[in-house]
Design a protein around this ligand. Structure first.
Ligand code: IYR
Length: 226
């Protein structure tokens, strides 16, 4: 294998997958069309999903780039019904307060087209909850060391997680109960971890509905400087 050494560390020759441009275009278009089908689905079925599928999805998310390649994330995967109930109760308690006073009138108005409220049945019904924690710092044998660009890194990993869930033919939803410190206690996470995002994962209900949203066209989301 071709290698070279930089700062005393081995680097491996990168082998490009080398596609022809027509094939690149075909793949990019096809992937775009497939991703256009992704929706945040709140009506998730209780139909079981094999753990092996979830394991592959998480390993895909964990291929995300991260600051200094520290991979500052933990994906907690919950199927235990008692834990799911506990998470639902605690999340609904916070959400009730948010929808009844903590969120501004303008915020509530912006959410009207989405049709959300404080009820979160999907937290019990979905076969899996993936609770993503970010690591604020590392602690190995009592020694603290740093992580870098933690929010960016974990945000990218979550994007890849959502993409992998869609690619597998399942649905999810980015749920951010606020505040979500209760997840640290319920899942007994160590002091260096903070809850980042909660994603119920499963099959869509056979009569699931999603809001009639339109996505912005290219000229509203991109600016080209040629
Ligand atoms: N976290 C709440 C409220 C909420 C906020 C936004 I911004 C959304 O796009 C959707 C919901 C909830 O999960 O209901």
């Amino acid at each position: 294998m071709e290698t070279k050494v930089i700062n005393g560390y081995t680097h491996l020759k990168y082998h490009s997958i080398s596609l022809q441009e027509p094939e690149m275009l075909r793949r990019a278009e096809e992937f775009h069309q497939y991703m256009e089908l992704r929706r945040s689905v709140r009506d998730i079925s209780n139909k079981p999903v094999p753990q092996e599928l979830i394991e592959h999805i998480i390993m895909t998310a964990s291929t995300a780039p991260s600051g200094a390649h520290k991979q500052p994330w933990t994906f907690c995967v919950v199927s235990n019904p008692e834990l799911k109930s506990e998470i639902r109760k605690a999340a609904e308690r916070e959400e009730y307060e948010s929808y009844n006073g903590r969120m501004s009138e303008r915020w509530l108005k912006d959410l009207e087209p989405i049709g959300t409220d404080w009820h979160k049945p999907f937290l019990e019904k979905a076969p899996w909850l993936i609770v993503v924690f970010k690591k604020a710092y590392a602690e190995v044998d009592g020694e603290k060391s740093n992580y870098y660009y933690v929010n960016e890194s974990v945000g990218i990993a979550c994007g890849m997680l959502i993409t992998a869930i869609h690619q597998a033919g399942l649905v999810t939803l980015t749920h951010t109960p606020s505040p979500m410190n209760f997840l640290t206690q319920v899942l007994q996470r160590p002091a260096n971890e903070r809850p980042f995002l909660l994603l119920p994962v499963g099959y869509p209900d056979s009569d699931a509905y999603v809001p009639d949203l339109k996505r912005k066209p290219l000229n509203e989301v991109a600016a080209f400087y040629s």
